[in-house]
Design a protein around this ligand. Structure first.
Ligand SMILES: Cc1cc2nc3c(=O)[nH]c(=O)nc-3n(C[C@H](O)[C@H](O)[C@H](O)COP(=O)(O)O)c2cc1C
Length: 185
């Protein structure tokens, strides 16, 4: 059994990415799902001056410790202006200052990326960039799924069947791969 940390990289109370994340997480059985909310780890905007003056926010050290305990991650990331939301980049900036280069933020652990948006593109521009970028932060990106036109494809609490099947396939492949992943003691 692996410990899979899931979170939406959105600070919106009604995050549609959190909705998609929960649908994806519900498809997993036989593993421990640790759902976190990044709004519980709010951090000031990173600056070198702030770090020098005040040190690290307790939320950054807590999140670092929490990440270290996980075996894998599923992260749903909204697209803001073709890129990642500022709140997520800010978390990455703080954590990158706390970890060393030998053991970067995601420590070579498997990561599955999700994204959705009201537009047809579903945040896939950002998802493609992150697939290239996240290995620099130590993520072993093992798959991704993007859902376009969220409000047309999610209604009455259900994902459209075709999209649900594709999400199921993506998650199943990710979970299969976890058998070979390292388990954190
Ligand atoms: C500042 C801002 C920029 C946005 N830029 C994009 C974008 O580039 N592509 C896109 O598909 N949606 C974009 N959107 C719409 C978001 O996809 C939409 O707000 C979505 O609900 C965000 O996900 P969340 O609900 O999980 O926070 C943007 C929204 C905001 C607030």
């Amino acid at each position: 059994m692996k410990k899979i940390c899931t979170f939406s990289a959105s600070n919106s109370a009604d995050s549609i990415n959190r909705t998609l994340l929960n649908i994806a997480a519900d498809k997993i059985t036989g593993h421990k799902i640790n759902v976190i909310d990044i709004r519980d780890f709010s951090m000031p905007m990173y600056s070198l001056d702030k770090e020098k003056q005040d040190g690290f926010p307790a939320t950054a050290t807590q999140l670092r410790a929490l990440f270290a305990e996980q075996d894998a991650f599923i992260i749903a990331i909204p697209e803001h202006n073709g890129s990642m939301p500022a709140v997520f980049k800010n978390v990455i900036d703080w954590l990158s200052r706390l970890v060393d280069q030998q053991q970067p933020i995601f420590a070579s652990k498997p990561v599955f990326l999700l994204s959705t948006s009201p537009g047809a593109n579903g945040g896939s521009t950002n998802l493609q960039s992150l697939t290239q970028l996240m290995p620099w932060w130590g993520a072993d990106v093992r798959g991704s799924y993007s859902l376009g036109s969220f409000y047309e494809n999610f209604f009455e609490g259900q994902l459209n069947l075709e999209h649900d099947r594709r999400l199921c396939d993506g998650i199943a492949e990710f979970v299969l791969h976890l058998q070979d992943a390292t388990t954190v003691a």
